[in-house]
Design a protein around this ligand. Sequence first.
Ligand code: SAM
Ligand code: SF4
Ligand code: SF4
Length: 405
Amino acid sequence: MRRKDSLSIALREFVYRHFGIHARQRQVRRYNAANLGVDAYLKTHVCLKPFQNLETTNRGHVHVCCPDWLPTPIGDMNSDLLRQWAGPTAQKIRASVLDGSYKFCSRQHCRDIADRCLPHRDHPKVKETLAAFSGANIPAPVLVQLSHDRSCNLSCPSCRKERIVADKAEQEQLDAIFEGSALPLLRGAKIVYITGSGDPFASNHFRRVIKRLNRQDFGHLRFDLHTNGQLFDERAWRDLDLAGRVRSVEISIDAADPETYGIVRRGGTFQNLRKNLAFIAGLRRTGEVRRLKFSMVVQARNFTEMPAFVRLGEEFAADHVYFQMIRNWGTFSDAEFKAEFIGDPAHPRHKELIAILEAPEMSRPIARIGNILGYTRTPPTMQMPAANEANTGDDAESDVILAAD
Ligand SMILES: C[S@@+](CC[C@H](N)C(=O)[O-])C[C@H]1O[C@@H](n2cnc3c(N)ncnc32)[C@H](O)[C@@H]1O
Ligand code: SF4
Ligand code: SF4
């Protein structure tokens, strides 16, 4: 790498770490201080993610949860991951979950807080986990989320301005980092999640990772796959030798209409998606895959399709259909984002969003409104469910509790 390149990368990283992360941490604190409504709930519920999850990012940082929800990293991929897992930042985050302050977590963005699907303090799994963490040797992560390669076949406008594909040299670097830091952890983990950064089927690196985690040496591991679904067909399933090894699949779709799909999932086609969804639904119906989720990043372009999206989930055997408000990941100018950010009460169509939430489909058991409610002035018929009332806690089961099964 040329000296100028490495200097500019170092500068970018410095700016991100010292301004970006701190700015997001300040945003989390400000929002939480102004929105104390969930305090009582958080005092009685314990998120197990900081006790179970370790997540890599494309910047080489390591987190215990999605960086969008919990921006504070616990370390980076170039140092000993297990030491960081037991290190001071990780311990502070765990303490904040136990004292009920959740001060590192965004109450606005975290889907599990918004959906009230955290396990109760008295849940046997919580007690068991906390007991294991009270000893001198804390348990290793059970769920390792690999999100360090952004390579993807699509270029969704919400996510990036153009297609990103790691070149050969970058792939070699990623392979080496994975081999040295994440692989040893996976010998002890139970679940590997691929990926929140790019696409598991489009990234050469992640395809190699999946093959590297072969059933002979890593037969104990189960996969959680998060994908746009465009390349998830029977051939890929066989080629990657996935049979009997996948716990859950999340497909981000963001539309119910082919034309909208072509815009929000730039580079993909709805026709090809539906063909693959038929295959994936078959995997769910036979029980080959234990959980199937569809997700939509809600924005001005697609919010009217939310009810139809729930129906799409029902058609293709999804257990849950998740909605998540769009954020500006730096791909939109201020004006562009203002036009897309339907969550803003000042948006000219915000009232239509509230009306859409009243559609009967949005109350169906598979629909998970997620953090959308946090952005709307909650109308009377759409009150937040009380703890584990409308939501029985089975999301917590899938994402957290079952991580240790
Ligand atoms: C970056 S993608 C990686 C996984 C895979 N490529 C996919 O799209 O499912 C992870 C998730 O981020 C979501 N996402 C993309 N842009 C977003 C944005 N601006 N705000 C919030 N979520 C976004 C995607 O819809 C997807 O569910
Ligand atoms: S409460 Fe939400 S943000 Fe905090 S660790 Fe759990 S899932 Fe992450
Ligand atoms: S498919 Fe996923 S990773 Fe790829 S561009 Fe879209 S949101 Fe980003």
